[in-house]
Design a protein. Structure first.
Length: 142
């Protein structure tokens, strides 16, 4: 017992520092484990739905979101993700840029879109573009 007390007295600084380091490491582990992230799967100039809209589907631990810019006549347009904000309660706010990338005249409409996957189920999704247009949610898009 005397040796234990002497050991603690001689090494108190090292013991306290070790305890603090362990607390910080465990805290960081739990914080980073719960980090909410997303990945832009693809953004293409054609192939999306003809109406400006969003569609999202929640799975067990993910949310798959498609943002459709709507039909664009006669020229090539693209949709870019400019900013994504994720709240604590899994609400997502996205700002997109919808712009013309070519003046080439086409005979058909193009339908730009982006697909995003989140590592958590989405509660609510709000999307607006650089022209301050809000994208409405639609269901059952094929």
């Amino acid at each position: 017992m005397y040796f234990l007390e002497e050991f603690i007295e001689d090494n108190i600084k090292a013991i306290v520092i070790t305890i603090i380091v362990l607390i910080v490491v465990f805290s960081l582990y739990f914080i980073l484990r719960e980090k909410k992230t997303y990945e832009i799967i693809e953004c293409k100039t054609n192939g999306g739905y003809f109406e400006r809209s969003i569609e999202y589907k929640n799975n067990d631990n993910t949310c798959n979101l498609t943002i459709n810019a709507g039909s664009k006549p006669t020229s090539v347009y693209e949709l870019k993700i400019k900013r994504v904000k994720i709240s604590r309660n899994n609400n997502v706010e996205i700002e997109v840029e919808n712009k013309k990338i070519s003046n080439n005249t086409l005979e058909t409409f193009t339908n730009p879109y982006c697909k995003i996957e989140f590592n958590f189920p989405c509660n609510d999704v709000y999307v607006k573009d650089n022209h301050h247009r809000i994208y409405s949610k639609i269901d059952n898009v094929n």
